[in-house]
Design a protein around this ligand. Sequence first.
Ligand code: 26V
Length: 828
Amino acid sequence: MFSLMDGFLKNDPISLQKDILHHVEYTVARSRFSFDDFEAYQALSHTIRDRLIERWHDTHIFFKRTKPKRLYFLSLEFLMGRSLSNSVINLGIQDQCAEALNQLGFEFEVVAEQEGDAALGNGGLARFSACQMDSLATLDYPAWGYGLRYEYGLFRQIIVDGFQHEQPDYWLNFGNPWEIARIHVTYEVKFYGTVEEVEMNGDKQKIWIPGETVEAVAYDNPIPGYGTRNTINLRLWAAKPSSKFDLEAYNTGDYINSVVNRQRAETISNVLYPDDRSHQGKELRLKQQYFFVSASLQDIMRRFKEEHTNFDELPEKVALHLNDTHPSLSIAEVMRMLVDEEHLNWNKAWDIVCKIFSFTTHTMVAEGLEKIPVDLLGSLLPRHLEILYEINHHFMEELKERIGLDYSRLSQMSIVEEGAVKSIRMANLSIVCSHTVNGVSKLHLETLKTKTFKDFYGLWPEKFQCKTNGVTQRRWIVVSNPSLRDLISKWLGTEAWIRDPDILSGLRDHVDNADFHLEWKMVKRINKMRLAEYIEAMSGVKVSLDAMFDVQVKRIHEYKRQLLNIFGIIHRYNCLKNMDKDSRRKVVPRVCIIGGKAAPGYEMAKKIIKLCHAVAEKINNDTDIGDLLKLVFIPDYNVSVAELVMPGADLSQHLSTAGNEASGTGNMKFLMNGCLLLATEDGSTVEIIEEIGADNLFLFGAKVDEVADLRENGVSNLAPLQNASPLKVPLQFVRILRMVRDGYFGHKDYFKTLCDSVEAANDYYLLGTDFMSYLEAQAAADKTFVNQEKWTRMSILSVAGSGRFSSDRTIQDYAESTWKINPCRCPL
Ligand code: 26V
């Protein structure tokens, strides 16, 4: 007789092979006797997907049965990268898959390379969302991620003559085996229209008569945990024309136009906004936000209502997390659903709303906070605007009772900003309605409390909490650095650190073991080899493995100071040019690697990319310099490039002017890969210092409490500048600036505004001020590199201290103190 258990797919190499061939033949529709690497990737992915679906079902059946409180993580961006390697590792079937492929004549690594990145996000915030999903699944939390299924992800960066060009990333072109289209899970999302007041049971009631309807279709992306059967869901919404909309349009008789108009609906989820600096008040962006919010909340409420009848239970069963302010319209939407649709009275609904939302902000400065013009909001979502006004009215009344008629503070804390463009302040809204407001590092939280949201902190100190970011060691060691994974496990005698990262501290016991050092250096060498091959393939530049690989990869921003790095490289070049042969022999050879995308409209960032190429051309073609200094720009930096670059780096740079990087997560990934950091005391680096000790990284630059003075007076009252020109800028810096200005690297006119931006009077990010200190840190790195034993010690201690920066720790903290959710482990 057939038992239900017979249905389970097996994971031995023979069964996997059978399934791969099945998918080659029936999914990919190729002959099982002849298929290429890409087709092997497709077939293997479907083989893995089948296994994910089994676990996904079991997990959700288990959640349904046990009805735990669920977390809904709302984020407009997820940078997932590739899924194949991550899935087979989390499923624990990596060796079996490799063997299955091997017997068919394929190599796992080559097949895995076929996959493109899922790049549905810009940078830090989006990759952090992806790391959190991995940790939520691994720690067995009953969580769902919700996001948008953009058809075009973050643009591809190509470099032509040193200039960045953007190309669309139509990532779905070759199919996406990792998603499951739920064509029957759809919701109507409404826009525009009017609000009317009607009588209902003797009461006056507002109703929204919308003007346009669009359909949201669910695409599910299973997220497997490591060392557990739990597989949670990331549900992404795609916009489709609504069938209702159809009927009306067709009845007008204009068939062609109505079909063309239908297509307009789909544009909502078409493209990811690629600028992570400013909120421009664009209608399409607002439509994306509401489309996402409305579909997600209908889905969440439907699930809640299937299991419960009383909305009083909502706070015990549902936690809604706002990943930055992008999904904050959720607050107005839940109020609308409870008041207008479920007919709860305002106070009751408000009480519930205040218990279910939590909020994390990823921005440091007030200017970066999101505002939505009232005119725009009122036309697209008239009822929501009314609700927002009413929330603000109640808040202002409460505030007057607490602080009196202090109009300046009242107007600063108001959710509505009066002024040339009347707007809704999304951060204020989120703070007022959330029970918890999280900063992403200690230093970030401190800034929120003392500057950005000072008044709110005064009002509700208990709301403000620190949840320092983290990254998942599954992707950032196990997937990306298999040699290091093996080495760590060998010396710790266990693989338990993959689920319990604190165990990594055990590496400290071996920090002076010569055999360990030897193997440690060997691993770095292997990874440098892989990176060197990639660099040569990308840029044609051959690099020496004996050189120090010095890397700065992240979005290009003025505050991240890639320009400081480039100026440092020019300085190094000048020094080399002026050295005699003997001195040159003592120089540590360097390969400087820079990578990152500039927002398409960010002129200054684009000029930095061009300058990097111009300097590279000069240096790399100078035969006099040879292997002593190379500069390469890695184009199209993304998650999979990061997986290659981080393991191969000796030194990584994190140069933000103190007080500008809310946390930073790149530093944590490099730390996990035994790469030493050269950094300012900014964001989470402050906590890395606490963990591994200031002796184990290269620190430089103004501290956060010196920055304001330095900006105002050009000098700090804490540490006066030495070796400065009359302009209080080091002469070396002035000289380099002059070289660029005078056209030493060509493109004199083009670089003019870039030079102006760091001229003493304008140098907002303090490049000149920090330059000497930067050069000293660089010199210290050179000196240490010569002493390989010391370097290796520092490298081991970096990895040993990286456990605290696992997203597992972050998630556990959120789960316990913010979301109040418990693990819910699906039985095997
Ligand atoms: C803003 C905008 C505005 C226009 C539309 C698109 C868009 C997308 C994102 C953003 C905000 C970006 C904020 C961000 O990525 N912050 C970074 O978050 C990291 C994770 O917490 C943190 O490590 C970085 O320090 C922080 O810069």
